[in-house]
Design a protein around this ligand. Structure first.
Ligand SMILES: Nc1ncnc2c1ncn2[C@@H]1O[C@H](COP(=O)(O)OP(=O)(O)OP(=O)(O)O)[C@@H](O)[C@H]1O
Ligand SMILES: [Mg+2]
Length: 450
């Protein structure tokens, strides 16, 4: 069962502070897509996807919300910039490439999934082969021990990693059957293939031509190295690439999210009759239209329908307005949400609450170099305040300002930390004052000037 809107918002809350409207909008859109997919075909066709336009200044969480959303539900996600595209017929990237990019991402996701799936199987197959090889090695030394005992012992030791550095003899058939390594160092026993218990296809091949003279290559190799090599070989053999492509397309079609950034930059102000770049921008909008409306795009992995893909467009809309987009396109983005400008309250929370908060990141980073950082609440309130003032008085960078200030604040510590000695550094109000003196002076001064 997919997540409910409230659950989605709760998850997003772990990373993004505020922006309730935007979170609700994406949560609803996602849920609606699921609801739509459950309806009978005739009804479904009548319902257009509820695409979203996010409007808001830079650095307030537009991209972050979309990215987290995709990650949360395991949806393939691409972020593209509207300004990167050119009208069909002109040199440049055509808009369909955004769909092809999505398919590529989706296929990579499926591929990773499959690799994880077969890893278990491959690991098992390889374990069998390697334990055989180990038993064969040991047989040479412990002549008196029964084979069962040897095998049980070897298996246990192999699993515990105890034998990782043991040298074994790996015999590889080459090059006709790639990926077929035969562990049978102790052939001398000559007891009906006693040491060879390889299972699966491998047996079939060997069984069908037991005495064929073959080019063989003996290699001495550690268990660990052999395992890596053989697992890669087995995985390759176990994955059906064609199937991965089809599944990738299906996933992109049903769950894909395309985030179109800087949509405001292709809105032409002043309506029709424009010249040069205006006309071309409108051309891009017209090209985007069928993709957002639902059409079929050919990719090298097969064709994909764009009907269910969720589109989220974003822009600051400082100069142009949403209404400056061509009406057909506006119609395809029925949901509009505005993201709020962030102030010191939000900044303080952003510094402390999210699971990936910058303070946590710096703490982890410096721990590597034996520096234990602690942050005082008061100090962070001050940082939040400085960020707000800087945003107001110089350029508004939104939450990105925090990264900027934290970097200045911790510059010395970062530069001097080299792991030599263990220390604890407390970031308190005084520390902030000292290290941000110039910045504080500047903003304080501005307070008087303005
Ligand atoms: N509301 C927020 N809560 C937590 N972190 C935030 C928030 N807004 C922004 N950030 C952080 O600031 C950075 C920039 O945010 P993001 O990429 O979402 O900006 P944006 O709104 O897409 O801006 P732009 O218009 O420049 O693309 C990210 O690292 C993000 O984690
Ligand atoms: Mg962005």
């Amino acid at each position: 069962m997919p997540l409910t809107p409230a659950q989605i918002v709760a998850e997003l809350d772990k990373y993004i502070i505020g922006q309730k409207d935007a979170k609700r909008a994406v949560a609803n859109a996602l849920r609606n897509r699921y609801r739509r997919s459950m309806l009978p075909q005739e009804v479904r066709d009548e319902i257009t996807p509820k695409n979203i336009i996010m409007k808001g200044p830079t650095g307030v969480g537009k991209t972050e919300i979309a990215r987290r959303l995709a990650k949360l539900v395991g949806a393939p996600f691409v972020k593209v910039e509207a300004t990167k595209y050119t009208e069909v017929g002109y040199v440049g990237r055509d808009v369909e490439s955004m769909v092809r990019d999505l398919v590529a991402v989706s296929i990579r996701m499926v591929m990773e999934q499959r690799q994880a799936d077969v890893e278990k199987k491959a690991t098992e197959l390889v374990e069998k082969r390697l334990v055989d090889a180990i038993v064969n090695e040991k047989k040479k030394l412990a002549v008196d021990t029964s084979l069962e005992v040897l095998r049980a012992q070897s298996e246990e030791e192999y699993r515990s990693g105890k034998l990782d550095n043991m040298m074994i003899e790996l015999e590889t058939n080459e090059p006709a059957i790639k990926g077929m390594a035969i562990p049978m160092g102790g052939m001398g026993g000559d007891m009906g293939g006693m040491g060879i218990d390889l299972g699966n296809i491998f047996n079939d091949i060997m069984g069908s031509m037991p005495n064929m003279p073959k080019k063989k290559k003996n290699r001495h190799i550690t268990v660990e190295a052999a395992r890596k090599e053989l697992i890669a070989e087995e995985s390759e053999r176990l994955i059906d690439k064609e199937d991965v492509h089809q599944e990738g397309i299906r996933l992109a079609e049903q769950q894909g999210i395309i985030f179109i950034d800087e949509i405001d930059k292709i809105a032409s102000k002043g309506g029709g009759g424009g010249s040069g770049p205006e006309v071309s921008r409108e051309g891009v909008q017209r090209d985007i239209l069928p993709i957002v409306e639902g059409s079929t795009v050919i990719t090298k992995y097969g064709s994909i329908k764009t009907d269910y893909i969720l589109f989220i467009a974003a822009g600051a809309f400082h100069i142009s307005r949403v209404q400056d987009l061509i009406p057909e396109l506006q119609g395809r983005f029925p949901i509009r949400v505005e993201l709020e400008n962030l102030g010191k309250e939000e900044f303080f929370k952003i510094l402390t609450q999210p699971e990936n908060a910058v303070t946590k990141q710096y703490t982890e980073l410096l721990k590597v170099d034996n520096v234990h950082l602690t942050f005082d609440k008061e100090a962070l309130r001050m940082v939040a305040e400085i960020a707000e003032q800087e945003n107001e008085t110089s350029e508004n960078l939104g939450a990105r300002r925090l990264h900027n200030i934290m970097e200045i604040l911790l510059d010395d510590i970062s530069y001097n930390a080299c792991g030599a000695e263990k220390k604890t550094i407390k970031i308190d109000k005084a520390f902030v004052k000292d290290n941000m003196a110039s910045l504080i002076k500047k903003t304080d001064l501005r307070k008087y000037v303005l």
